[in-house]
Structure formats: C-alpha cells, structure tokens
Design a protein around this ligand. Sequence first.
Ligand code: FAD
Length: 456
Amino acid sequence: VTAIPDNRHITLIGAGLAGAVLATLLVQRGWRVDVYEKRGDPRVQGYGGGRSINLALAERGRHALRLAGADDAVMKHAVMMRGRMVHFLDGRTDLQRYGRDDSEVIWSVHRGELNVVLLDIAERAGARLHFDRGLSNVDFDARIAMFTDPRDGSTHQVAFESLVGADGAGSALRSAMTKQVDLGERTESLGHSYKELEIPPARDGSFSIEPNALHIWPRGRYMCIALPNDERTFTVTLFLPNEGDPSFATVRTGHDARALFERDFADALPLIPDLEQDFERNPTGILATLYLDRWHLDGRAVLLGDAAHAMVPFHGQGMNCAFEDCVALAEQLDAQPDRAAAFAAFQADRLPNARAIQQMALENYLEMRDRVDDDDYLLQRALERELAQRHPDRFMPRYAMVTFHRIPYARAFERGRQQRDLLVDLTRGHASLDTLDWNVVDAAVRERLSPLPVDA
Ligand code: FAD
C-alpha cells in the first residue's frame, strides 16, 4: 500500500479532461493530489483516445480553464467557429451565426492536444500523475483502492481519504460505489450512433472548406457535422439511427457509406477521399444519457463529469459542463472541511444543472438534424435575433445563455422555455417579420419576460 492520506490529500480516478483540470485547481488551492489513469501517458506514446477527435469549447469551459491557468495554452490550438454552416441537399449553403459578433463564438479543439496541454499544466502545478493504473476495485471500509496495470496485469493497492471519479461514462468508480449504495443509475440510449471520418487539407495545404464554422448537413432523421482542426483537417461525424433505413443496420460497409453520401451528402463526398476505409476502420460510437440520483458515497467518493452525467453531444457541452463541475467541486472542498458535506453540497448545486443540459442536448439533436432548414424555425430565429437586439435586458437566445454565458443550465432551460412559447405565439400566422406589429411584440416581451439577472 502506497501513499499516505491526510486531510488535504485527495485521489482522482481518470486523467482525462475533467481529471486534469480538477487536479490543477486543487493543487492551486493547497491540496496534495494523486491522479490514476488507466491509459499510458499520451505525451509519451501519442493519444489513443479513439473517441470524438475534436470538441467545441465554449465560455463555461474557458472560464474553468482561465481559473486553472490553462486558457492561453489551449487557445493556441483552437479554431474559431462563428456559426453553423448549413449544407442543403441541393448544395446551397447558409451560415447561421451563433452570436452577435466574433465575441460570441465557439472554439474547436483537438481532444488529444487538449488532454496533453492539461496534463502538462497539472503536473507543473504539482499534481502526481500515475499512468497505466486502471481502477479495478475499491475496499471502501479499509479505504484501499485497487489498480491494475493493463500492460502486465499486475495489481497495486493505494490508500485513500476520498476518491473522485473523473473516469468517464464507463466509470469504474461508479461501479464500485454501486455495490455500496444505490445511486439510482439509469441509462437511456438515444437509438442513434456515430462514425467519424476525415476531410484532409486541400492540395495547397489550406482548409478545403470554410474553416471558421461548424458544418452541418441536416437530413431529417440523420445528419453529418464537421469541425475544423488546427492542422487544417476536419473531423466529420455521421450520425445515423441504429434501425430503419438509412441506419447503421443498413449502412454497414464502406461501399454502403459511399452510396449514402452520393445520395444525401453529395457536396461532402469529394472532400473525404478515404471514406470507405474511415467508415470500416473507425468504431461506431454509441450515444446515451446517464442519469444518477446520487453522485457521492458520504465523504469517501464522489463522481463528476461524464462519470456522473454523460450526455448526448448535440449541445457541445459535455466537456464544458465537466469543467464547470471541477470549479464547483474545488470551491466546495475549500468551503467545507467536512468532505461528506462538501460532496453533498456539490451534488445539490450541480445535479439539477446536469439534468437541464442533458435535456437541452437531446432537444438540440432534433433541432440540428431536422429544424435548421424549416421556414417556421428560421422565422422564429429571425425574431429571436430581433428581440435580443431590441430587449437585451430581457431576451437572450437559449443557445447564448448556454454557450456564451455561465447562467446556470437549469435557469437557462426554464427561461428558454418561456422565450420559445413567446416566439411561437408572436410568429403564429406570419410568414415574415414584416407583418408583425412591433408595439404588440414589445409589450408582450415586457409583460412575459422579467429582466435577466445582471450577471448574465
Ligand atoms: P473523459 O474525457 O472520458 O475522461 C475519462 C478518463 O478516465 C480517460 O482518460 C480514461 O482513460 C480514464 N479512465 C477510464 N476508466 C478508468 C479506470 N478504471 N481507471 C483509471 N482511469 C480510467 N463535449 C463538449 O463540451 N463539446 C463537444 O463538442 C463535444 N463533442 C462530443 C462529441 C462526441 C461524439 C462525444 C462522444 C462526446 C462529445 N463531448 C463534447 C463530450 C465530452 O467528450 C465529454 O463530456 C468529456 O470528455 C468528459 O470528460 P471526463 O473527464 O468526464 O471524461
């Protein structure tokens, strides 16, 4: 048994995105932190993530990175995305801006690069990182964690005061906790999965399509998206249902994938030279939402990030939410000497917010794949933009609340519902904004929407 726990020592499981940020935040606050990671050190052997190659970073995530002193280093690798570039079936494209101007954008970052940068910062801050240590079992009574080295199967025992599970959607700590206490775990599969493909740089080395956008090919029950990488490639993600036609049940081979692209994503096809190989070589990722009613076992263990609340990726908020969790947990651990109380306060604060962003992420799938080219949706969005300008103190698009601000997710969700009802009511029976009576519109906004909180 190694490591001597004390009242300022904490043991993190997982040196992924949340684990690395939390380690840094805690060390900065005077904690002694050991982090155990199942995989090898990605800085030595290259990143073997195998999962979504790039991610959209937004304000919540950047705020946490600023607190951890990591924002500058991360932003060196980030590519700005101003909005959604919608690719229609007939080849037309349309850029739908996310925000008012370039101060309201999101950033594409490479998962592997991000992880490497965050690990360097955590280690430099003083966190002790242990690679090739996969949590396999926990004796909560004796406070001993068992790790297995995947290279040789050897086992290692480590004493702990508290364990923090930042070990992702398939969390081993969550499984161990479940043997002690009912966490109320349930997983809802989306019934859709994804496959990643790649657009290489153009022949002259430049980006082969507009770099500063998140590209979407909405096709009703399914879609493709593409996010830029700083090495001038794009990662394309094809989302399809698991059943029906087309689905991953009917599109099974590279040849099938080519036929699908020829029919439905014709302008993307010439950009993906290795379509068949990518399709056959890359794993099919499954998509699900994980709900728990409890995130902690008194003061001995707590979960955060995907381990506590994995969500579908359609709001681009899983990592952003995980980073926000890290700040909240570090603050609670500072504020409360009693760890059980700190973990309980963390859960009380974050669980309702996690539920809200999980729901918004599910809603966004429908919006991205099926609504971004609808007339009534486009009219509501046009009115939304107009109202945000006329009444900045009362009307803020939900996307902006979630993406460009740190308004708690649960509040953004509730407020978004009120605003959507208002947009539906005001546009009913209209085909354009020209026929609206602005006196009526302005009065309705003032009557139905209270002023936004000042910190918005
Ligand atoms: P992870 O990043 O999964 O890290 C977990 C770590 O724990 C890993 O390093 C793993 O090796 C390690 N580990 C696992 N088991 C053990 C064990 N037994 N012992 C020790 N270590 C272990 N989020 C966004 O914000 N924006 C996006 O655009 C976005 N796009 C996405 C696209 C897709 C297709 C998917 C699937 C997800 C996307 N997400 C996005 C979500 C984001 O990837 C996750 O929310 C984020 O990675 C969660 O971070 P985490 O640290 O909790 O878990």
